[in-house]
Design a protein around this ligand. Structure first.
Ligand code: NAP
Length: 472
């Protein structure tokens, strides 16, 4: 495919091969953008921001609504594209496409709801007779940088609200998975988006990231990706609005009164989707000493039953990791934990880029699979004695994206909600749960700002204050 900027589909001499994570075959080739392409995209986006800013909300609604319908009509093509470039199972890709339809539909609705409020100036000393209100206005040019793991829906979470709010947007998709974002760009143009309202630059973040993020014409950066790249972007960006959706190592707490069959089902469902490459995957399973053995007995068969293989095969539940080097990294971290005294309950084997769904028990908080973001199909089980210890372990991390607890006890559930430092808190389910309409984002070094179209539109706009100094 070609990339799109300043109203044109463009090519480049230097190309990037898009590879199947499963067998390494070339799925497609895309241009490798250079800083000159960034300049061209910026000039287009500045024009686009003027056009988008003067487009009525109802027109923006209709474009986004039409785009949602086009994605739905092309669901199977989008799903196959996601599986081919990203490696998740077809069932998971179909689910991602259905979520993208939701995200674009919600964004369309938000295009009609950009509003301010009246300010009660008469409540301020000496300000009687003044009349004021706030105006919500687009930022202008938005740069949207996205990760590999949800190549369609996470791009929609940025592009949908940015356009709903009347901005022009420059997308920089992950180099491993640029095809879904390019197809989304096609769909938006077909839906009637002004030609300069969007750009999609394919190229290496390490080569064009600085130019994109430093540019003073950019008024807003929305980034989803790893903590370290996020920190680099924050340092480079200078004075502009930023949303950071970064990594995590989400915990689930299993209290002694939990229904262990339901817990095992939830851990198997929330620890291994997309081969564990989900920012809110269940990574750390903090388990009460009282039910530790029974929980492992309930979990083991459920995880062992997760079939691995070719993600295009309808029977496959867990596909490959994005690259073999990532599966090798996961294997190293598990082996390191085992050398330190942890036990593999099931899994622990690798074939190329496929790492078998794995449970590691007796994990201690100093181990890498507890401390860092593993981002692979492994859960690490650790014991605790009391709710105080469970909450302390849950919070013993630089991250704060999501967490879950299983209990029937309201007091424990409420303490978890108040005291666990995470942006998304699930009671009686694992951390990996998201409805696209909810406010979503992390605390601590998992980032700042919220996604979910209603909340993202606020991040993509500025608030102006208007005051009438009336004569009377
Ligand atoms: P990544 O390596 O940080 O890459 C993310 C994006 O940043 C890619 O488009 C990448 O481009 C770009 N990039 C790399 N270096 C850059 C630079 N110097 N300047 C500007 N952009 C740059 O992350 P990933 O491996 O794709 O995704 C996995 C990470 O994303 C995990 O940490 C996961 O937790 C996180 N994530 C978070 C959320 C959330 O909502 N909080 C959701 C999904 C994923 P290239 O591909 O060209 O390097």
């Amino acid at each position: 495919m070609r990339m799109y900027a300043a109203g044109q589909w463009i090519d480049a001499e230097k190309k990037i091969n898009v590879l199947s994570p499963y067998d390494g075959t070339v799925v497609d080739r895309v241009p490798c953008a250079d800083p000159g392409d960034v300049e061209n995209a910026m000039e287009g986006a500045v024009r686009g921001a003027r056009t988008m800013g003067s487009l009525p909300g109802y027109d923006r609604y209709r474009i986004l609504r039409a785009a949602a319908d086009l994605i739905e009509a092309r669901s199977e093509d989008f799903a196959r594209t996601i599986t081919l470039e990203e490696g998740k199972s077809l069932a998971e890709s179909r689910f991602e496409v259905s979520r993208a339809v939701q995200t674009m539909t919600l964004s369309a609705e938000e295009a009609k709801r950009l509003h301010g409020e009246t300010i009660p100036f008469d409540g301020a000393p000496g300000a009687a007779g003044k009349f004021g209100f706030t105006l919500r206005v687009p930022c202008g040019v938005v740069v949207a940088i996205s990760p590999f793991n949800f190549p369609l829906n996470l791009v929609c979470h940025k592009v949908g609200p940015a356009l709903a709010a009347g901005n022009a947007v420059v997308i920089k998709p992950a180099t491993d998975t640029p095809l879904s974002a390019l197809k989304l760009t096609e769909v938006l143009l077909e839906a009637g988006l002004p030609a300069d309202g969007i750009a999609c630059l394919t190229g290496l973040g390490a080569e064009i990231g600085d130019a994109l993020c430093r540019d003073r014409r950019v008024r807003k950066i929305t980034f989803t990706g790893s903590r370290d790249v996020g920190e680099r972007i924050c340092r480079m960006a200078g004075i502009k609005k930023i949303t950071m959706e970064l990594g995590g190592n989400s915990p689930i707490i299993i209290m002694p009164d939990a229904d262990l069959d339901k817990v095992a089902l939830a851990v198997a469902a929330t620890g291994y989707s997309n081969a564990g490459q989900v920012c809110i995957s269940t990574q750390r399973v903090l388990t009460s000493e009282k039910i530790y053995g029974d929980f492992l007995d309930a979990l083991k068969p459920k995880v062992a039953a997760l079939t691995t293989g070719n993600p295009l095969d309808e029977r496959t539940k867990v596909g490959p990791m994005i690259r073999e080097k990532e599966a090798i990294r996961v294997e190293e971290w598990v082996n390191e934990a085992v050398a330190g005294g942890a036990q593999v309950v099931t899994g622990g084997v690798r074939q190329g880029a496929i790492y078998a769904p794995t449970v590691v028990a007796d994990v201690s908080p100093d181990m890498r699979i507890f401390r860092d973001e593993l981002f692979g199909p492994v859960v690490a089980v650790t014991r605790f004695d009391s709710i105080d210890e469970a909450i302390a372990l849950a919070n013993d991390t630089i991250y704060g994206l999501a967490a879950g607890i299983f209990t029937k006890n309201l007091e424990w559930a409420m303490r978890f909600a108040r005291e666990v430092e995470a942006g998304n808190l699930m009671i009686n389910w694992g951390p990996q749960w998201r409805a696209d309409l909810m406010p979503y984002g992390g605390l601590k070094e998992s980032g700042f700002g919220k996604e979910g179209p209603r909340y993202a539109v606020e991040e993509m706009t500025e608030l102006k204050l208007v005051c009438f100094h009336l004569a009377g």
